[in-house]
Write a protein that binds this ligand. Structure first.
Ligand code: EPU
Length: 335
């Protein structure tokens, strides 16, 4: 394990910010994790760098989890347990499961990031969340120095949340993720955008490969490629508000969409709609903007600094509060 000092993080965060870490270490095995104790604090655990906004240089150690490996751990007539180590790229892993003709994560194609960070925020898209297929997570406990297993229930998943982001934040480093995928999958095309994309592709009876292709086409048309335009996907969560408040707002703003949630009397409002209708979609200020095809995505138009991006996010957030009385909450971690 080699510790680098004053290391550039530019290629390790999808906003493309040229920030530095006082110390940086790449972890390629569980054995390496046993030595992190010796590294200067504070620590920041980095996966694919697709959900982090660095507003300044990092004063401690960036621990870059890059443990590789994937395979099938077990199977029966209906399912296979497919595992991947934390450093595997998420989309490469989705492709691997599609090559095996196993269904369950085709709707999550092309999400940036790594396997190890996917459960932290319970990644989701087009009607599916990782929790729907998650069998087990293994994580290194920084206190006991042991690897601990978490069942799906123990991860306490909710919308873009888990114990790894909440009550146990900072204690565990996820090392391995095991998914239960189906050998005879039923596709989930409940999300309207998928249905219309499949029709425009002329597909009537889609299989998992068709669904993945449709998802990739939708994402490529709306979401900027971080290699071309720095971004972290959705910058804010979709707010969940009281249904009666939503109805009152919808009388005033008749095009405002709302979606049912699992929680009685609460609905989800698309933050992208709120931001667009507060006037921020595709409106640049200096080097930053909310994306012209998806207002929920904060983009680095060129050489923005982390602070410029953060200030813009706060400007947009305040404007949405003033216009609609709804407070947005960041989905991306800000450091
Ligand atoms: N909308 C607008 N204007 C916009 C963007 C969206 O009016 O500029 C409205 C439209 O009514 C649209 C609705 O918002 O129908 C939903 O938009 P979209 O389907 O693009 O999804 P989203 O709610 O904005 C969420 C996830 C995405 C995920 C998509 C698809 C969150 C915070 N974001 O976005 O996840 O890909 O659904 O399932 O829940 C991410 O987390 O980084 C991410 C990209």
């Amino acid at each position: 394990m080699i510790v680098q000092h004053n290391a550039s993080l530019k290629s390790l965060n999808t906003f493309g910010l040229d920030v530095r870490a006082n110390s940086y270490v790449r972890i390629s095995s569980i054995e390496d994790l046993k030595h992190v104790e010796e590294l200067p604090k504070p620590w920041f655990i980095l996966g694919g760098g697709s959900n982090i906004l660095f507003t300044k240089d990092f004063p401690g150690t960036v621990i870059h989890v890059d443990i590789r490996g994937r395979g099938i751990e077990g199977e029966n007539k209906n399912d296979a347990l497919v595992y991947g180590m934390a450093g595997e790229n998420w989309h490469e892993f989705v492709r691997y499961t599609l090559q095996l003709s196993l269904g369950g994560i085709e709707n999550l194609a092309l999400i940036p990031g790594n396997l190890g960070t996917a459960p932290v925020q319970n990644i989701g898209a087009y009607g599916v969340e990782i929790k729907d297929v998650l069998e087990r997570v293994e994580a290194f406990d920084l206190i006991t120095q042991d690897v601990k297993c978490f069942s799906c229930a123990e991860c306490r998943f909710s919308y873009r949340n888990s114990i790894f982001k909440g009550s146990e934040k900072g204690r565990y480093i996820i090392t391995k993720v095991v998914l239960r995928l189906s050998k005879s999958p039923t596709v989930n095309t409940s999300y309207g955008a998928i249905q219309s994309e499949l029709s425009s592709m002329g597909i009537v009876q889609p299989d998992i490969h068709d669904v993945a292709r449709a998802v990739i086409r939708i994402r490529m048309s709306k979401l900027p490629d971080p290699a071309m335009l720095g971004n972290c996907g959705s910058f804010f969560k979709n707010p969940i508000i009281n249904a009666s408040v939503a109805e009152r707002l919808q009388r005033e703003h008749t095009t405002m969409p709302s979606y049912q949630t699992q929680r009685e009397g609460m609905v989800k409002i698309p933050a992208g709609w709120l931001i667009e209708n507060a006037g921020w979609k595709g409106k640049p200020i200096g080097n930053v903007s909310m994306h012209k095809h998806q207002a929920l995505v904060l983009v680095n138009l060129g050489n923005a600094t982390g602070n410029e991006l953060y200030e813009h996010a706060q400007r947009v957030k305040q404007s949405v509060t003033e216009t609609f009385g709804i407070d947005l909450e960041e989905e991306v971690n800000v450091l």
